[in-house]
Design a protein around this ligand. Structure first.
Ligand SMILES: [Zn+2]
Length: 342
């Protein structure tokens, strides 16, 4: 089965009332971890690559690894999504490469750092929607600015200074015709999200619920939603690492989000922690080993366990075979039949 449209995967998630994890990758082992977890839990998959990941893997390597994933795991509907496209040009290059979904993050200027104006965001996102939908490709946009920095991308804000305004979100969706909307409700990128366990109050869940009430048909996206579990931090520190105490987004808050329109949940840090902990453990316990497979295999297994757990917690487990994937051509003709309102 070829790579599928994210819109279809999220539409199905909305029908079934579950969320779908979107996991970041840079290399073969991470892709294999996610696909194995998906097979084990019978889950649809969203795999995403940032600009940093595309540069690291020279783009075409990553794309062909994803094609391999669809050949080895033909029973799993698999989406390849661009995370935080910084300009319409970047999104276009991903569409040309074969990504089936792109994020146009027009909440920041193309430098990926400076918060933009609402007008700029609408114009950039609309442009991407036009080009992407013509090819059946899905578009995620963002309104409000997230905290932290991801792969060099991000304003380095504290996560609370540019929360999504619900009225503006409604206007943004109408003006752009996008498929999925990333909102800022206090989450941030990276491992150091909160200095104590956050509550629904810290996370501004009430605002998320309000946005969902005003936009019930729009698929909401939670960025920066690793839970940063203590056991994964502990393994790293036990084997010589130096992580400072930190808290992520509790799974219960994500599940509350899923009950209120969240269909895509971005997770990267948890997988990075799992991989690093497993590698450190081998280095300390078996210092005589020098075959990379001796530590990459346990790393792959550790990441698979985290991904399978998240797939179960988000509710996507068991839903891989609920539907027949539609071709991008079919998606394109559906979009053409419902042009964006001006
Ligand atoms: Zn993000």
């Amino acid at each position: 089965m070829p790579l599928v449209s994210m819109r279809q995967v999220l539409d199905e998630a909305a029908k079934g009332g579950y969320g779908v994890g979107a996991f970041n990758v840079n290399n073969m082992e991470q892709i294999q971890s996610i696909m194995e977890a998906a097979r084990e839990t019978k889950s649809p998959v969203i795999i995403q690559a940032s600009r940093g990941a595309r540069a690291y893997s020279q783009d075409r390597f990553l794309y062909h690894l994803m094609v391999a994933a669809t050949e080895v795991y033909p029973e799993i509907p698999t989406v390849l999504h661009l995370d935080h496209g910084n300009s319409p040009e970047t999104c276009q290059s991903a569409i040309d490469m074969g990504f089936t979904s792109v994020m146009m993050d027009g909440s920041l200027m193309p430098d990926g750092k400076t918060p933009s104006s609402f007008e700029y965001n609408v114009e950039a996102t609309r442009k991407v929607v036009e080009a992407a939908h013509a090819k059946g490709v899905t578009v995620e946009g963002e309104i409000g600015c997230l905290g932290g920095i991801e792969d060099g991308h991000g304003a380095g804000l504290d996560g609370l200074s540019h929360l999504t305004d619900p009225g503006q979100a409604v206007e943004f969706v109408k003006a752009t015709g996008l498929d999925a909307l990333a909102i800022a409700i206090g989450t941030s990128h990276g491992a150091y999200k909160f200095s104590s366990k956050p509550t629904g109050e810290t996370l501004k869940m009430a605002r998320l619920i309000e946005i969902h009430k005003r936009l019930p048909g729009v698929h909401l996206v939670m960025h920066g939603s690793s839970s940063v579990p203590k056991d994964l931090q502990d393994i790293i520190n036990q084997y010589g690492g130096k992580l400072k105490p930190t808290w992520g987004v509790p799974v219960e808050e994500i599940q509350l989000g899923i009950k209120n329109g969240v269909r895509k949940i971005n997770v990267d840090t948890d997988n990075r922690l799992a991989i690093t902990g497993a590698i450190r453990k081998v280095f300390v316990e078996k210092p005589e080993e020098f075959d990379p497979r001796s530590y990459m295999k346990p790393a792959r297994e550790a990441m698979k366990k985290v991904v399978a757990l998240r797939m179960t917690q988000f509710g996507q487990a068991g839903h891989a075979n609920d539907y027949k994937p539609l071709s991008l051509e079919t998606m394109a003709s559906r979009y053409a039949a419902q042009p964006v309102a001006v």
